[in-house]
Structure formats: C-alpha cells, structure tokens
Write a protein that binds this ligand. Structure first.
Ligand code: PLP
Length: 360
C-alpha cells in the first residue's frame, strides 16, 4: 500500500500521545491508575465551564458560530486586544497547522529547536515542509544560534515558551535581542501553552509585540484551564495576519461546546488560582523529593518536570505503568534517560514519588 501514499508521509514518526487512563486499566487489569503524562489539569474542569457546556448541550443540532463572536469578544476584552487580533482553533495544535498552511510556501523552511514540542516538526513534515532544528543550550532555547540558522528561505520560527518538555523559558531580554534585526519576511510564533504557570518577573510580555512585529502568540485551554478534551486554543496576532489565517481555517473548527466552555472558563478566576497554587506547591514537593532521591531535574516554569532518571526512560515508563502511574517517556524527543512528569494533586505527586522509588 505504501505506493499509494505521498512519499514524505512514509518518513514521519507519528505523534505518540500520552497513554489514556482507560487503556492502561484495560490492558493491565488495574483499578487505580493516575495519569501524569500530558500536562493536563489534575484538579478537573472548572465547575462554571461544566455548567456552561450542560446549558449548551441541547443546541448541538445547530452548527457552532463560525465566527466565534462571543468567545472572541470575551477573550479580546480579557487580553486587552481587539477581536480582530484573535483566531480560534481546535486546540493550538490546529493553529500550528493553520499557520503553516497559511504562511509557508512549499519551498520555504520552518525553524525551531531540538527537544521542543513535537508537533512543529510533525505537522510541518506532514505538509511536506522542511523543518530545521537547532540544539538547546542547557535545556533552553538558544536564541543566538537560532538566529544564525535563519536563511533566505526561512519563513516561520516556532519558540515554545516555556518550552515543552524542558520547562525552561526565554526571558524578555533574550527575546528583545532576538527580535532586534529579525528579517522582515520571517514570522515568529510564540507558543505560550503554559504561561498561566509563570511565576518569574522576566517572562516576556508577548502581547506588546504584536503591533510592530510579525509575531503570532498561541494559547490553549488544554493545560491550566483544564479543557484538554474539548479542544480549544487561540492565536493572537496583528489583524492582517489573523485575517489570512481566518481564510485557511475550516469554517466550523471550534465546536459549540468548546465555545461555551471557553467563555465560562475565562470567568472562573478562582479555578485558575487554585490550579496555580496546586502546581506551585506540587513543584516544591517534587523538587524536594527528587533531590532526596539524588535525581537531577530541570527547574521548570511550567506544570511538568523533566527528570534525568539515569537509566532508559522507556523501561522506567513501563515499570511505573505496572503500578498504575502513567508518565511520559522521552524516546520520541530524543532524551533517552529522561522522563517528564506532570505536576498533579498532592496525592498523585506522592504516589508518583512512591512508585518512582520502587521502579528505580
Ligand atoms: C500541550 C501543548 C500544546 C497543545 O495544545 P492544544 O491546545 O491541546 O492543542 C501546544 N503547545 C505546547 C508547547 C504544548 O505543550
């Protein structure tokens, strides 16, 4: 059958998602399984978002609002931008796809880092674009090297900030330098999926860049907002770029329940605060215990931690699975002796440490 498929598709290592809880229960006959593999929100869903979705349920015989009018208006207000600055997506994954098909010609290149969010490379490759990567430096995006790699046909640069899977972040000073003489014909995408967990002072205020630079910011409801299953993300950029993205997206890419959930989630400040508190406290607990175990980790600005386990991470992943703890092995990221764990509830973090000890 491989003769039927476009040749570049054959070369792609497809995205390996975090293992679902139900699948592990079924396959291993386990009753109590926890998942700390996909940087989801262990607190659950905002009660306000649940109520809004319930209320919207009887309307799903109708198509969703193609323009996402009310959600955009609410988002714009909360960000201090105009609705015309916003493009909605079926998760920010879809926006990565929309950005590439809107802006990158077949012979133009995409630039990003090694050991970053896999979807930049996978979606770019599926679309037949060349994706060039630059090594991280001390687990961080190296913006100096990244800039040196820009060539005549470089069109798009992806920076995940904070980065997944390392949790490191690019500071406002580094970003300012990087933007200084960035060629006019290059678009920079700042993927800020984890910005809600930031507790440092030197994180860039990316929204201030969209007026004068060709910058597209990506945000998602999948992580801090606890809505990964409903698929909702958005891009913020100058109206001209947003308008081109609007042309290339599918008309009903954001479903009716997602629009309702998103509007309610923005309002639920208490849920976001509670989530932040859980993550910051959990991070401290995990750091302390990893130190106690003599394990090195990368300090994280996000809701997950990259840990050097000193042995094959896939093996450790399988071992922990037997005890009902799903974490992420870093095989596909090319970080062999590492695992990535999402910071969960207090109980989940305790169970993770207990099982990690056993598995080591
Ligand atoms: C999780 C993640 C996303 C995916 O977000 P969705 O909105 O669920 O598609 C995007 N970028 C990064 C860096 C992520 O870690």
């Amino acid at each position: 059958m491989s003769t039927l498929v476009r040749k570049h598709i054959l070369k792609i290592d497809p995205y390996e998602a975090g293992k679902p809880i139900e699948e592990v229960k079924r396959q291993l006959g386990l009753k109590e399984v926890i998942k700390l593999a996909s940087n989801e929100n262990s607190l659950g869903v905002s009660p306000k978002a649940i109520a809004a979705m319930k209320k919207a349920l009887p309307q799903v015989n109708r198509y969703p609002d193609s323009s996402g009018f009310y959600l955009k208006r609410k988002l714009a207000k909360s960000l201090g931008v105009a609705p015309a600055n916003i493009v909605l997506g079926n998760g920010s994954d879809e926006l990565i796809d929309i950005i590439i098909k809107t802006f990158v010609e077949e012979d133009e290149h995409i630039l990003t880092a090694d050991h970053t969010f896999l979807e930049y490379k996978i979606i770019g490759s599926v679309k037949g674009r060349t994706v060039t990567t630059v090594p991280l430096k001390y687990f961080k995006y190296d913006l100096v090297s990244l800039k040196k790699k820009i060539e005549r046909n470089t069109k798009l640069i992806f920076i995940a900030n904070p980065n997944n899977p390392t949790g490191t972040y690019v500071t406002k000073y580094e970003l300012e330098d990087f933007l200084k003489d960035l060629p006019q014909g290059v678009i920079l995408v700042l993927d800020e999926a984890y910005d809600a967990f930031i507790d440092v002072d030197d994180f860039p205020n990316s929204l201030s860049l969209i007026r004068n630079k060709n910058v597209i910011i990506l945000k998602t409801f999948s992580k801090a907002y606890g809505l990964a299953g409903i698929r909702l993300g958005y891009a913020v950029t100058k109206p001209e770029l947003a308008a081109y993205m609007e042309i290339s997206r599918q008309p009903f890419n954001v479903n009716l329940l997602a629009q309702a959930a998103g509007m309610a989630a923005i309002e639920d400040k208490a849920f976001l605060q509670k989530t932040r508190r859980m993550v910051l406290e959990g991070k401290k607990y995990l750091y302390d215990n990893l130190k106690r175990l003599g394990l090195a980790y990368v300090p994280s600005a996000a809701n997950f931690i990259l840990i050097d386990v000193g042995k094959d991470g896939v093996e450790l992943f399988r071992e922990m699975l037997k005890f009902g703890v799903i974490i992420r092995n870093m095989r596909q990221y090319g970080l062999k002796n590492y695992i990535r764990v999402t910071i969960g509830t207090k109980r989940e973090n305790e169970r993770f440490i207990k099982v990690l000890k056993k598995a080591l």
